[in-house]
Design a protein around this ligand. Structure first.
Ligand code: F6R
Length: 638
């Protein structure tokens, strides 16, 4: 949610910043901006600031026309929180004399009161953003410090920013430049990611690792409340008390491949296709390969790279997540309860924080976030950690588990037990392969718990594992078939305003996820319901104009789902079924066929038509599938 990139060193900053912002574009595309400082022939610093509404390409056009030179600069990509997504609210924001430029990711919660004070002092605000208070405040602090006789220097800028951040409330990452110190940049972070990259002859700073990966593999993630002074010669890092910090940088371990669409029209489609391959890798990495009964009994069915302590003494599980990750967690909860017999609650992380349930002993807390940066999820996990520590009783489990695609993220830095879903970079804002990766992580965990607790006979678990090994093959075929099929039926949704998704049991979260995917990328209103709940109200919505997509796969609720679909058909709804070919599914006007697999595994297949149907509906409508309006891939504000 908003992205920051800053650079100082021996190379022109603007091209580096624009390249870095390109990698951060997934964090927002409402506007972008850049500020650079060059030193003129008289040795005086000159600030150039360019901003553009909309995507980064608009900023690049401006840069090509007007230029922005200098060896020091900051850049920003915006996802609007305070103020409309137009140019005047784009970052960087400047002080009244255009001497100081600031980019901010996050929210300044007390900006109103700070703004009022500044306005009373005659400061004129040019934007509606919360961020603009920062350059004005830094300017005031610098004036005070200079009046005290201190000459302009990077350290003076550092002190000014230290003073300002001590007065602001909220979560933020920011970067500040001052025209009088072209050899210095100050960056600060509080509960928002910021990483310093140590390049060859330059120091860089960005909200996320992929933006730095093209420049350096030596990364220094900033800790909570830290502030740093970057100069071409080095870094000075301080904690929130002003004490100097010394740390060795990490060596970047993520694959730094430049995301490439290959021959696909959109990243989202490419990422849907990649699910067969990422599943094959998961099967290979985690599932017991042997078929001999003795070996199977001697070796675990699933080998996970997490500590045994995660499994020990667990009586309950609670899962905290948002959006698509929460939908994956609902299936995880189903598996923990039905497969492993562990009572499980799944929470919206954003709700949990303000209405947590009473703390219970021996509860394992799992945080699920593909980006590892979702502020709601991180805050809920931190709050739970504090509640447990406050109990000071070893029966309350201090250990937490994180499931993410980004082990190097804030989640990875805060939680020591991480289950890495390892599906590779996901560029499309709508989560697809990370959702399947999260599901596979839950299958691995639930099977491991079930095997350890002997909640089901071993042969049943082994049969499930054997079936899971067939999954890549099923997926490969299914994705190709459904790509064509969904493209051909997308025309039925041209004028549709509402779509209802129905599922039951283990497939109810797939109905929720199908509805979310459609809303996100096609902007068609959609709602997912447990099929049995239709008659309790939502059925009033149905008529011939509202298509109903019903997930009907063999299992304990198959007949019930078919009856619920009949009820919808009786109200003239156009019925689209997701299920196996057979007499029961003949009632559907259109069938998106799924091979017959055990009900346990069915969500791993039923999700495919949900993703592809949304994709083709949105693509047919000519929408920006990979960067849908108002969304961002990483939601770092609460
Ligand atoms: C949906 C989507 C969002 C995210 C949600 C949580 O396609 O991407 O609903 O699932 O913002 O994000 P993470 O998983 O990064 O915590």
């Amino acid at each position: 949610m908003c992205g920051i990139f800053a650079s100082i060193g021996s190379r022109e900053a603007a091209p580096l910043i624009l390249a870095g912002l390109r990698q951060l574009e997934y964090r927002g595309y409402d506007s972008s901006g850049i500020a650079t400082i060059k030193v003129d022939d008289q040795g005086i610093g000159q600030l150039t600031c360019l901003k553009a509404k909309g995507k980064l390409d608009n900023l690049i056009l401006k840069y090509e026309k007007f230029g922005a030179t200098g060896l020091c600069g900051i850049g920003h990509i915006r996802w609007a929180t305070h103020g409309r997504p137009d140019e005047r609210n784009a970052h960087p924001h400047l002080d009244g004399e255009s001497q100081i430029a600031v980019v901010l990711n996050g929210i300044i919660e007390n900006y109103q009161s700070l703004k009022e004070i500044l306005e009373k002092q005659g400061v004129v605000f040019l934007s509606d953003t919360d961020a603009e208070v920062i350059p004005h405040q830094v300017a005031q602090e610098l004036k005070c410090l200079q009046k005290e006789g201190q000459p302009a220097s990077g350290h003076l800028l550092l002190i000014a920013v230290q003073r300002v951040v001590s007065c602001i409330k909220g979560n933020y990452a920011l970067a500040v430049t001052w025209v009088k110190t072209p050899e210095a940049l100050v960056v600060a972070s509080k509960q928002a990611p910021l990483l310093i990259g140590l390049g060859a002859g330059e120091f860089l700073c960005a909200s996320d690792t992929p933006a730095l990966a093209g420049f350096t593999r030596n990364i220094l993630p900033m800790n909570e409340g830290e502030i740093a002074l970057l100069t071409p010669l080095g870094i000075e890092l301080y904690d929130d008390k002003g004490d100097r910090q010394y740390r060795v940088p990490n060596l970047l371990s993520i694959d730094d491949q430049i995301a490439d669409k290959r021959n696909f029209r959109h990243f989202m489609l490419k990422e849907i296709y990649e699910q067969a391959e990422t599943t094959a890798l998961w099967v290979d990495r985690y599932l017991n390969k042997t078929d001999s009964i003795t070996d199977v009994v001697n070796q675990p069915l699933v080998s996970l790279k997490i500590k045994d302590t995660v499994f020990e003494g667990v009586e309950r599980i609670q899962i905290l997540a948002c959006g698509t990750s929460r939908h994956a967690s609902l299936i995880g909860g189903y598996l923990f309860e039905q497969l492993a017999g562990i009572p499980t609650s799944v929470f919206y992380a954003s709700e949990f924080r303000y209405s947590p349930p009473p703390l219970l002993p021996n509860t394992l807390t799992i945080g699920v976030t593909q980006s590892g940066e979702t502020a709601d999820t991180l805050a809920a996990l931190a709050m739970e950690q504090q509640r447990v520590q406050a109990k000071n009783d070893s029966t309350f489990m201090a250990c937490q588990l994180g499931i993410t695609n980004r082990p190097e993220s804030s989640l990875g830095r805060r939680i020591s037990n991480i289950l890495n879903i390892e599906v590779g970079t996901e560029v499309g804002v709508a989560a697809t392969k990370t959702f399947l990766g999260q599901l596979l992580a839950f299958y691995s965990l639930a099977l491991s718990f079930a095997e350890r607790r002997e909640s089901l006979p071993h042969y049943e678990l082994k049969a499930l594992v054997d079936e899971l090994k067939q999954l890549p093959h099923y997926l490969e075929k299914l994705i190709k078939e459904h790509d064509q099929l969904c493209a051909s039926i997308a025309c039925h949704f041209s004028d549709v305003k509402d779509v209802v998704f129905l599922g039951r049991g283990i497939n109810y979260p797939i109905a929720l996820e199908g509805a979310l995917k459609l809303k996100e990328i096609s902007y068609i209103h959609a709602a997912g319901y447990p099929a049995g709940e239709m008659k309790h109200g939502p059925i009033a919505l149905l008529d011939a104009s509202v298509p109903v997509i019903s997930i009907a796969v063999p299992g304990i609720v198959f007949d019930k789902v078919i009856s619920n679909a009949q009820e919808a058909k009786a109200r003239d709804a156009k019925l689209i079924g997701v299920g196996p070919i057979g007499p029961e599914t003949q009632l559907f006007d259109i069938l998106l066929p799924i091979p017959k697999v055990s009900e346990w595994l069915s969500p791993l297949l039923t999700i495919i038509p949900m993703q592809l149907l949304s994709y083709h509906i949105a693509a047919r409508r000519g929408l920006d599938v990979d960067q849908p309006r108002n969304l961002a891939k990483s939601v770092t504000v609460e």
